[in-house]
Design a protein around this ligand. Structure first.
Ligand SMILES: Cc1cc2nc3c(=O)[nH]c(=O)nc-3n(C[C@H](O)[C@H](O)[C@H](O)COP(=O)(O)O)c2cc1C
Length: 188
């Protein structure tokens, strides 16, 4: 009797173990669709809006985070769009301008999907985003853009950025995220 009870108990324990494995494996399967790819969230931000958003996006996606930092930081005067001689105005008027980066350590080769966030400047991406794209090999990568702005949307950014990546790189407009929920970030 004792032996039969022990056998029954052993079977129950084994069954429970199997169930546990099953539920674990289905959890893993569910998360594969988002964790299958190696994801990087890279961002450029001067006044902090895009930085905060990028940090939350990286958390929501379980992604690595990378700051696209300019070699020469932008001063308040540099950002004055009312001044036609300010650094940002001069750079944005010249589509071939390529502000230098502070670092070259984003290791794009390690990622399949790269989210790139930036503040809209003059209805498009700051030209330092072109510098970033041209500084690494984006062949066969998927780039998803996300932005903050005073109200503008993506404008002609795909055209402006395509010149900086190989044709095998897919660039898509993600979302303008001036306001967002956690779901917006997960679904981006
Ligand atoms: C030089 C410059 C140009 C800008 N141009 C636009 C624009 O064309 N449209 C817009 O909606 N906002 C524009 N903005 C506002 C920024 O996109 C907005 O404040 C953004 O959230 C700033 O992001 P950050 O804090 O990450 O730098 C501009 C800001 C600057 C400094």
């Amino acid at each position: 009797m004792k032996k039969r009870f022990s056998l029954l108990l052993l079977s129950l324990i084994l069954l429970a173990g199997c169930n546990n494995n099953l539920s674990n494996s289905s959890q893993t399967t569910n998360s594969v669709s988002t964790s299958e790819s190696n994801i990087l969230v890279a961002y450029f931000s001067v006044t902090g809006n895009t930085k905060k958003l990028a940090e939350e996006l990286a958390k929501a996606k379980g992604a690595d985070l990378y700051e696209i930092a300019p070699k020469i930081p932008y001063s308040d005067a540099d950002l004055n769009w009312m001044d036609k001689n300010s650094r940002s105005t001069v750079e944005m008027k010249d589509k071939s301008s390529r502000p230098q980066l502070a670092n070259h350590d984003a290791h794009i080769e390690d990622y399949d999907v790269i989210y790139i966030g930036y503040p809209v400047w003059w209805y498009t991406a700051p030209t330092i985003i072109n510098t970033f794209l041209e500084s690494y090999d984006f062949s066969n990568k998927k780039v998803v853009l996300f932005i903050t702005s005073g109200g503008s949307s993506f404008g002609n950014v795909i055209k402006d950025l395509r010149v900086s990546v190989p044709s095998s790189c897919e660039i898509i407009e993600g979302k303008k995220l001036n306001n967002y929920t956690k779901e917006d970030l997960i679904n981006l």
